[in-house]
Design a protein around this ligand. Sequence first.
Ligand SMILES: Cc1cc2nc3c(=O)[nH]c(=O)nc-3n(C[C@H](O)[C@H](O)[C@H](O)COP(=O)(O)OP(=O)(O)OC[C@H]3O[C@@H](n4cnc5c(N)ncnc54)[C@H](O)[C@@H]3O)c2cc1C
Length: 459
Amino acid sequence: MSDQRAEEVDVVVIGLGPGGEEVAGRLADAGLTVVGVEQHLLGGECPYYGCVPSKMMVRAADLLAEARRVRGMAGEATVTADFAPVARRIRTEATDDWNDRVAVDRFEKRGGHFVRGRGVLDGPGRVRVGERAFTARRGVVIGTGTSPAVPPIPGLADVRYWTNRDAVKAERAPASLVVLGGGAVGLEMAQAFSRFGSRVTVIEEQQRVLAVEEPEVSAVLAAVFGAEGIDVRVGRKATRVAADGESIAVHTEDGTVVPGERLLVATGRRAGLTGIGLGTVGLEESASTIHTDERMRAGERLWAVGDVTGAGLFTHVAMYQAQIAIADILGRDGPPADYRALAWVTFTDPEVGRVGMSEAQARAARLRVRTGAAEVRQSSRGRIHGPGNAGLIKLVEDADRGVLVGATSVGPWGGEVLSMLTLAVHAGVPVRTLRTMHYAFPTFHRGMLDALAALGGEA
Ligand SMILES: Cc1cc2nc3c(=O)[nH]c(=O)nc-3n(C[C@H](O)[C@H](O)[C@H](O)COP(=O)(O)OP(=O)(O)OC[C@H]3O[C@@H](n4cnc5c(N)ncnc54)[C@H](O)[C@@H]3O)c2cc1C
């Protein structure tokens, strides 16, 4: 397509997930001429297939678990799990067509120009979408996100399997579910379906579930899942998948066969970079992520935000990076991208909150590391809470500087307890200060004092 027929604009954003939508909307608010290109649904993975529907399912499943904990605490409660209400809630509140229409309308009211289609780079500052071509005076932002990665396991392509996109649209809980992958997505779904009555088996290739987290976390989750009747098999590589009548059977390296009515593949994500013309802007055509500098710049008049940067596959990372790219495009000063206190939560029950480095990462970075951990059930609030109180707070200190470089909070509302830990790591609050603060009694976050005591060092 020649430049003569290209439409001139200020910025083209390819991919309108949380990152791209934020960039496109805010730049339109600032008065720039912005074209937002989206090939599927405006909003990306999070509202339709990711965070929102999965957490609706988790919330419903957690209610069931809490109701089942009434026994021995406050009388008797008989709960009959019914998947229909949560399926209905997801159908209505994470509705594809309706939310997409609302989001397009909102973007256009802000002055943005929405184009449905697949955006392809065509040289610096140039994008093609089907027959249309755009030249972007200020530049192009890539926010094409990720989609489920499906491993090349023999037979998998020949059976009907679920990814997260199917699992969150389920109308009923299957009688049995095999989950391939014991990462965050796999574990959240495994526990939710199990609580709704599915017989669930998790197959994880690594030696422990949630392997990016501290080993103590994997141990807590393995124990909790086991106690809930979820069959967690670690260190098992799936070698073949076959149809078994209406069901499927997963064969693992050790010769066992795991049958299930449904198979959920939750083995990671693949960036949406294939065939988008990276080579035309001087990047590696087959790159699996886009390397950016601290201003989210990826090349000449080119920025990238969100999952494609590989900095952390989370909505809040995409939104954080969006602010940095926006400031840079508008020529405004602002802090550079900083991931030292990157935080995230896995919404299992107990929740797993994590910020910054794990102990192993801190040691690999050659810091003089001191750690302290305290179990939730040993704390006053943990004892009061009773059933469902598994968890811990673990702190990772750079002992030379006397500050936390990482922390983990597992437990009821572990993701909320994380907020204080994130602040401590982000702001470099001295451990000395943390030891002398007020911690309201009897809260879960007060367990921090026990973890600080276990850290040793200065009293
Ligand atoms: C089951 C699940 C649960 C999750 N839960 C959480 C959670 O609790 N908290 C959290 O922070 N994160 C969670 N995430 C992760 C979160 O959804 C992603 O990190 C986030 O959506 C990434 O945003 P993004 O802007 O990078 O891109 P995406 O949301 O992936 O969106 C990218 C968009 O680009 C479009 N696109 C791709 N290629 C093109 C092209 N060439 N042209 C035009 N459009 C294109 C796609 O159609 C898509 O709409 C979860 C993910 C999953 C799968």
